[in-house]
Design a protein around this ligand. Structure first.
Ligand code: C5P
Length: 209
């Protein structure tokens, strides 16, 4: 198709970011990691001394988001991931971040977006949708290895508990919960290395378009 939108959704550390980047490279499309928008909102709230639970405060932060926060060294930390998952449950936050994501998806040649609600809310008409998963333990092991490399001393049990808390919050919220779109292809990466997961993702996209 002239415009190829690829929606990649899934839980934390499922491999969706790596797969989305590889697909963007393969098809020559721009890529947006939408989790960064929620992470930047969580960070903005934390930096201004607000509580992520405060819906009005968080929505105002999302509306006035400073793009410089997307490059903040604390953006990808575990503390900030929890704040992101708390602010992301507020409907006002999601509404504030909708337009920028829709505009990104509407670029002439298409785009790859990864997140939790791309195939269900942001780009429901995307021709190619993947729902990437892996078992909680597998995802915790990946995230634990990643954190260890960056010098974060958190142990595996703590990382697993963090991931399970985030899964429960992301799947349990009433606005745009993490759920597989009816027409999304399921890609379980538990037993797959990066190359195999990417090859499988490309095959699924090819059969969808
Ligand atoms: O993908 P990442 O782990 O960076 O996302 C951080 C948090 O942002 C998620 O736990 C989720 O609560 C939220 N998020 C969301 N919708 C998206 C992307 C991320 O609610 N499309």
């Amino acid at each position: 198709p002239a415009s190829l939108i690829i929606a990649v959704d899934g839980p934390a550390a499922s491999g969706k970011g790596t797969i989305a980047r590889a697909l963007a490279h393969r098809y020559g499309l721009p890529h947006l990691d939408t989790g960064k928008l929620y992470r930047a909102t969580g960070l903005s709230v934390r930096l201004s001394g607000g509580a992520p639970e405060d819906a009005d405060f968080a929505a105002a932060a999302a509306r006035g988001l400073d793009p410089a926060l997307l490059d903040d060294p604390d953006l990808m930390s575990s503390e900030n991931a929890q704040a992101a998952s708390i602010v992301s449950a507020h409907p006002g936050v999601r509404a504030a971040l909708l337009a920028v994501q829709r505009a990104f998806a509407a670029q002439p040649g298409g785009a790859v977006l990864d997140g939790r609600d791309i195939g269900t809310v942001i780009a429901p008409h995307a021709p190619a949708k993947l729902f990437v998963t892996a078992t909680p333990l597998c995802r915790a092991q990946r995230r634990h290895a990643e954190l260890a490399r960056s010098g974060d001393p958190r142990n595996l049990a703590t990382v697993l508990a963090d991931i399970e808390a985030r899964d429960a919050r992301d799947s349990g919220r009433s606005t745009a919960p993490l759920v597989r779109a009816g027409d999304a292809a399921l890609l379980d990466t538990t037993e797959l290395g990066i190359d195999a997961a990417v090859q499988r993702a490309i095959a699924l996209v090819e059969s969808a378009i």
